[in-house]
Design a protein. Structure first.
Length: 179
């Protein structure tokens, strides 16, 4: 199973726009040796075992439940929200969702890898977090101490989410080939 690695955020992406506006943004990627559509990636991401655990926590603590059917609707373009997120922007290869606070965004992108022979797809996952202006910072937007303390855990979790989506895609493809 490929490992998700930190990557430079491609400059022309929806997430890069948020970064240019002052948000923290990260980007993780891995390549699968198969063709994957954006819809397949979105559905696999939000229905992976690891993300289902997050969905359960969101239902418990935020009262915002979501289902595999809602994940499929989001993936195929008929759903405009999912749990605590709403679709902000969407292209053929990307989706950007923003949470109900407006401060945190999630981004997914699937791109056919043309640098090698055969069918490969490069999957990307990233997040953006807007800095917060407080009286303590003189009204200047900044990232607080808690942000910096949790950043390493966030990055590890982001990598595992991408790997879980990749594993789900590989399992789904293997199951289809057995039929």
């Amino acid at each position: 199973m490929p490992l998700a690695l930190p990557a430079e955020l491609p400059a022309s992406t929806l997430l890069a726009q948020l970064q240019r506006q002052g948000s923290y943004a990260d980007c993780f990627t891995l390549t699968l040796p198969m063709a994957v559509t954006q819809a397949q990636f979105i559905e696999a991401f939000y229905t992976s075992g690891l993300f289902k655990a997050e969905r359960w926590l969101l239902r418990l603590f935020a009262g915002k439940g979501s289902s595999d059917e809602q994940a499929a609707a989001l993936a195929h373009g008929s759903g405009k929200s999912f749990a605590v997120w709403k679709v902000t922007q969407r292209t053929a290869a990307e989706i950007l969702l923003t949470d109900q606070t407006g401060r945190t965004s999630s981004w997914l992108m699937a791109v056919e890898d043309l640098s090698s022979s055969g069918s490969n797809t490069q999957l990307f996952f990233g997040s953006a977090i807007q800095p917060r202006a407080t009286p303590a910072t003189g009204g200047q937007p900044t990232f607080g101490r808690l942000f910096h303390l949790l950043l390493g855990l966030h990055e590890l979790y982001s990598r595992r989410l991408l790997e879980a989506a990749a594993a789900r895609l590989m399992q789904t493809t293997a199951a289809q080939l057995k039929r």
